[in-house]
Design a protein around this ligand. Sequence first.
Ligand code: SF4
Ligand code: SF4
Length: 172
Amino acid sequence: MNPEQILVFIKQEARQKESENYTFRTFLKRFSAKEIDEKLHRIAKEETEATDCTQCGNCCKKLMASPEPKAIKALSVATGCDSPEAFKEKYLQLSVEDQVYFFRDSPCPLLKGNCCTQYEIRPQSCRDYPNLHKRDFIFRVLSVIGNYGICPIVYHSVERLKKETGFKSSKI
Ligand code: SF4
Ligand code: SF4
């Protein structure tokens, strides 16, 4: 499958396996957080190394990143805005609930083709995505599963984790 076909496929899979993925979340509770983190971190590292994000860019097209103050400052200079406030005015919106800024539009206005035009100074949330390297996966399965139909790294990592933990897929 080419990169576009993979994105179509995982979107379909996310719909078809919605209920299965919720069951998987419950299934994981029989393991310790440490045990699952060790497996997932290894799997996600392998999947990340095997994936060329420059052929994808789907996270930058579908999600709205949240630049932290330091990134806003650097991005405002790099994009020729007069100030961080001008950058906010041009590209961002404030989430009143969380008091954090998000890009107003998707795809992200800093995306060109499948690549970030400001890759070296991209926000921390972009560096961290898809967050599979973080701890305590079993307590944040829902937020990761929300990206199962968006990010091929998440899709493949979750499917491999199902196999490694002996979870029986409903498709088998
Ligand atoms: S992190 Fe995932 S969604 Fe983003 S570009 Fe890489 S493979 Fe695609
Ligand atoms: S800032 Fe760059 S890495 Fe982050 S969403 Fe925008 S294009 Fe993608």
